[in-house]
Structures are given as structure tokens and as C-alpha cells.
Write a protein that binds this ligand. Structure first.
Ligand SMILES: Cc1ncc(COP(=O)(O)O)c(C=O)c1O
Length: 386
């Protein structure tokens, strides 16, 4: 099988991730912090070690501000519902995944907040000046994707972070498609809140992810419950990470995530990005008739600028075929897994002009090879030739 759906979840995982999970859960899978016995202490130490590694990878000065939850969606909900208050205004963009759009739309529909959705440029970028223009006196939050899961474009979060900070608001970055693939420095780039998912570029298993909650953000408690620490308090503790981490965490998953993050720190995120961008270029260059595909501008950037400013995914369409049809043919006749459709990002597809059918998305991963891409290109050529 050729797996080109790494933007949905990375697969397969690198061997150390499988091994690390198995070794940890066989040796020590206790409930962290719940009870003073050695196994519980080991589980807590493993989780805190993973926090430290993530803090290093993401440029977070205080590891206790790395909060574990189920996935990026969980982190985004924690942030959006945890910082916005009645009467606030929020700014977002047309490139967002539903895990940003839906919680914001819900708050807007319920009359809690007002919302501005800024457009993207023809190159699928969010212009920092557009963000500056959207500000109102009551703007509290700017919520943006770092790398779009539809267009693959990387947004200028550093420039936007400066604008947001100057105006005293908070910047929430959805790093679902960038953590582990694009260098991130929350401290340098003025990122107050960063939602990450553990099972894509961070190479861990599903059911891991969460939120980085920076010092400027006052995030209200989320899932209230046991923390394994001081049980005398009638309400959730204020301190991080316990403020946002009620309940038993995904210990098995975090043990795998730790190995994924370790591997990324050793290899270097820049090298992963270069590898994945190079693979998309191989796909483009291996096609006999690339002009049969609609590229939404990506072919230009891949060919002329080596994919600069993009992650290793591309959305295409094949004329005469619905995206779902291409996905099914690739799956059934070529054993190639891609993701057709709207990718949970309807506004992004409206922006591209590909709504409601969507596109076919190919996404490379750390273990994808050039040969995988050449075979995918050959399959596209065969399908388009009829
Ligand atoms: C840009 C973006 N944001 C958020 C998410 C949600 O991630 P998860 O399903 O892990 O919560 C995804 C997943 O595809 C995504 O691509």
C-alpha cells in the first residue's frame, strides 16, 4: 500500500514509537500521580518528560504550560471556549479547519461573540495587514491555522503575532499540520496559545495532542475532575497543567508521542520539511502530463521555489473526475490512500473554488519514499489517460 494521507494521521509510525509504547506500558503503565507507588511516579515522570521535549520542540519556556488532551480539536476548544467572554470579538480566516471554525461559529450563533473571517490571498496566505484591519476595540482572540490542511501554505504567524501583541489581544495558532514539520517558536513568534495534535507530524498515536497555554492567556478550566494531586480543594486547581487536565491522561499514547518527539528533536524539523517538500516535487516532476491536473497554484511554487512556504501536501483535481471518484480508483485499483473531499475545511474550499466537491489531497510523511511518489504519479497518469 502507498499511504499518502499523512495529513489525516501519520502512518506507519517510526519503529521507536511502537517500541516505546509497548515497552512503557508493559513495564510501567500505572496511573500517573494517583498514589505514591513507584509505577505511578514513573508514569508521571514519563508524562513530564514528554512535556519537556514538546516545550523544547515548540519554543515554550515553561513545560508545565504544555497541556495534554485528546487531539488538536480538544486543544482548540479549550483555548477558544476558555478565553473568549461575552461581548468579545474574534478574528479568524477562511483557511480554517472545522475544529477552529465550528467552536467560533457556535459562540457567534449563540450571541456570545462577534466574529470576523478574513479572506486569503490568491496565494492562499493570510495577509498580516488584513488581520490588522479586522481589529476592533473588543478583539480578544485571533485564531489561525499555521499550515492549511487543504492548500499546504504556511502562514506568517511571526508577523501576525507582533500585530496581535501590539494590540493587546491573544494569538491562537492551530498547529495540527505544522507541529513536527515546520519550525515553531511560541516565545519568539508571540504565540499565546498553540493547539497541537500528537498523531500527525509529531508521529505519536491517535488520542494524543493538546494545548500550549502561554503566560498571557487566562484559560478557564476545562474538564474538571481528578488531577492526582491535592484532592482537598473543592474546585479544579488554578495551576498549570492541572487546571486544564482533569481525569486520567492517555498514558499509553503519551509514551508513544514521547518517542516521536525525541526522534524529531534528533533529526531536526527542518530536515523533515525538506524531505516532505522534496517528495511533492518528485510527484510533480514524475507526472507525464502535469497539465491535466488543476493545482490551485501549487505547481508554480513547487517547480519554481522548491515548495518554499509550503508543507508536504498538495490538493489537486483531475478534469473529468470527481475527487471522490479519483480517491476510490486510487484505493481500489492502485492501493494508494489519498484523501478526497472537503477535508473538514469548507471555507478553504470556497476560497479555492472547489466547493462542494473538494479536491484530492496527497500528503507525504517522514517515511514516504520517492518511489511512492513516482508510483502515485504513474497512477494519476493512467487514470487521466482513461
Ligand atoms: C488544520 C487542522 N486543524 C485541526 C485538525 C484537527 O485535528 P484532530 O483531529 O487531531 O483534532 C486537523 C486534522 O485534520 C487539521 O488538519
Amino acid at each position: 500500500m502507498i499511504y499518502l494521507d499523512n495529513a489525516a494521521t501519520s502512518f506507519p509510525k517510526p519503529e521507536p514509537v511502537y517500541r516505546g509504547m509497548e515497552e512503557f506500558v508493559r513495564a510501567s503503565g500505572a496511573n500517573p500521580g494517583r498514589g505514591g507507588h513507584r509505577r505511578a511516579v514513573e508514569a508521571e515522570a514519563m508524562i513530564n518528560d514528554t512535556r519537556r521535549l514538546l516545550a523544547r520542540l515548540l519554543g515554550v519556556p515553561r513545560p508545565e504550560r504544555v497541556i495534554f488532551g485528546h487531539n488538536a480539536t480538544d486543544g482548540l476548544n479549550m483555548a477558544i471556549k476558555g478565553v473568549l467572554r461575552p461581548g468579545d470579538h474574534a478574528i479568524t480566516s477562511v483557511l480554517e479547519h472545522n475544529s477552529v471554525s465550528r467552536p467560533l461559529n457556535r459562540l457567534e450563533q449563540d450571541g456570545v461573540i462577534t466574529l470576523t473571517r478574513v479572506p486569503a490571498t490568491a496565494d492562499h496566505l493570510i495577509d498580516p495587514d488584513e488581520i490588522a484591519r479586522a481589529f476592533r476595540p473588543n478583539t480578544r482572540l485571533v485564531a489561525l491555522t499555521h499550515a492549511s490542511n487543504v492548500t499546504g501554505t504556511i502562514q506568517p504567524v511571526g508577523a501576525i503575532g507582533r500585530i496581535v501583541r501590539e494590540r493587546g489581544a491573544l494569538l491562537l495558532v492551530d498547529a495540527a499540520q505544522s507541529a513536527g514539520v515546520v519550525p515553531i517558536d511560541c516565545d519568539r513568534d508571540g504565540i499565546d496559545l498553540l493547539a497541537f495534535t500528537g498523531h500527525k507530524g509529531l508521529l505519536g498515536p491517535t488520542g494524543t495532542g493538546g494545548l500550549v497555554a502561554g503566560e498571557r492567556a487566562e484559560v478557564r478550566t476545562w474538564r474538571e475532575g481528578g488531577t492526582g494531586g491535592d484532592s482537598t480543594r473543592p474546585v479544579q486547581p488554578e495551576e498549570y497543567p492541572h487546571r486544564l487536565e482533569g481525569g486520567t491522561p492517555n498514558v499509553f499514547g503519551i509514551a508513544g508521542l514521547r518517542e516521536g518527539v525525541r526522534l524529531l528533536l534528533e533529526r531536526g524539523v527542518e530536515s523533515v520539511l525538506e524531505h516532505e517538500r522534496g517528495l511533492i516535487r518528485t510527484f510533480l516532476e514524475s507526472l507525464e502530463r502535469p497539465e491535466r491536473l488543476t493545482w490551485y497554484g501549487a505547481d508554480r511554487v513547487i517547480a519554481e521555489r522548491n515548495g518554499d512556504g509550503r508543507v508536504g501536501l498538495v490538493s489537486v483535481n483531475l478534469s473529468g473526475f470527481a475527487p471522490a471518484e479519483v480517491g476510490a480508483i486510487l484505493d481500489e485499483q492502485f492501493d494508494i490512500a489519498v484523501r478526497p473531499g472537503l477535508h473538514c475545511a469548507p471555507y478553504a474550499h470556497r476560497h479555492l473554488g472547489s466547493f462542494p466537491q473538494g479536491t484530492v489531497r496527497l500528503s507525504a510523511g517522514i517515511l514516504t519514499t520517492a518511489d511512492d511518489m513516482r508510483r502515485a504519479a504513474a497512477a494519476f497518469d493512467e487514470v487521466s489517460a482513461g
